[in-house]
Design a protein. Structure first.
Length: 327
């Protein structure tokens, strides 16, 4: 019986400072696991503007285990992960960041967990947030709690995108071809048994993070809107509440007029009520607009990504003129 094949999917966006360091770290793990499995290192260049692609090409020229895709532009990490899973040829597929914040050494216990037959995937979760700002850490923790309460998917505190999956689970994830992707939610939605492996947070080996606080907030909204209809329920409840308040106010005005007459009230209170009501209406319209906007993007059915260059061990494709979809 031949060895298992493990494909590591590595999304990269302006990671020239860490690509070679990551490659060396994975090679050390591959050497430790050489009796059990062989490795395929699949880099996905997400439209980098630095020398990331050049560094990846150099690695491929000296190691046939290295493969890569290069997007026509930056489509985001979610698209990069989907593209990597789609092109991975391994019996097991790992999604891992290039900045070494996801320790490649965890691939060993991950592989052992799945090979035991008790699990279909093994995922990493951070037990500490060393190196993160307090604000960033606070927002992340609150997001996990809010998403867990609002949606029906299982969300683990400290969960990251780093995980190793069986081919069966990978195929299930690829069936989820939605355009507005929230991979953590997809991993949970498809089910399968997952072994959680704790680790302490590791700072980047080099370079700077591409995830600003604003991007994290937008990503959080993607998860809430994609996997919960609770905000729509909130809009309905606000509408009911305002109807009740309006009905009580009408009764109050009628009774007051019948008993004490109808003295002219001041306009400031009326202006405040109008402004408050208008603000609530715009807020509710914004929530509805978010759901409608996501639906609009799905209906347009645009590809998740466009690949300019694809270099795998079993094929070499260059799509520079028309940018054919690989989704």
């Amino acid at each position: 019986m031949g060895k298992d094949k493990i494909t590591t999917v590595v999304p990269c966006f302006n990671e020239e400072a860490v690509v070679e360091l990551f490659y060396e770290a994975v090679c050390r793990v591959a050497e430790q696991m050489k009796e059990q499995a062989e490795f395929e290192i699949l880099f996905v260049d997400d439209g980098s503007t630095d020398r990331t692609l050049e560094r990846i090409r150099a690695l491929r020229s000296r190691d046939s285990r290295v493969c890569f895709l290069s997007f026509s532009r930056n489509f985001g990490k979610e698209a990069a992960m989907y593209a990597g899973l789609e092109h991975a040829t391994g019996d097991y597929v790992a999604v891992i960041d290039a900045d070494l914040q996801h320790p490649p050494e965890l691939l060993i216990p991950m592989y052992q967990s799945i090979c035991s037959g008790d699990y279909d995937s093994a995922a990493a979760r951070r037990t500490t947030r060393k190196g993160e700002s307090r604000l960033r850490s606070f927002v992340s923790k609150r997001f996990y709690r809010v998403l867990a309460r609002l949606s029906k998917i299982e969300v683990v505190d400290g969960e990251v995108d780093y995980r190793l999956m069986s081919r069966k689970m990978v195929n299930a994830v690829l069936q989820m071809s939605e355009k507005n992707r929230f991979t953590k939610g997809i991993f949970s939605w498809v089910g399968f048994r997952t072994k959680w492996i704790p680790y302490e947070n590791v700072e980047r080996a080099a370079g700077t993070t591409k995830w600003s606080l604003w991007k994290l907030l937008k990503y959080s909204m993607e998860g809430i809107i994609g996997y919960s209809t609770a905000p729509l329920m909130l809009v309905s409840l606000i509408g009911v509440l305002f109807c009740i308040v309006a009905f009580v106010a009408i009764l109050y005005i009628v009774i007051k007029t019948l008993i004490w007459g109808d003295p002219v009230g001041g306009w400031p209170s009326l202006a405040c009520m109008l402004l408050g009501t208008s603000g609530i209406q715009l807020f509710c319209m914004g929530i509805l607009g978010q759901y409608l906007g996501k639906t609009y993007l799905e209906v347009k059915n645009r590809p998740i990504y466009l690949a300019a260059i694809v270099e795998m061990n079993d094929q070499t494709e260059k799509e520079k003129e028309k940018g054919n979809s690989e989704a």
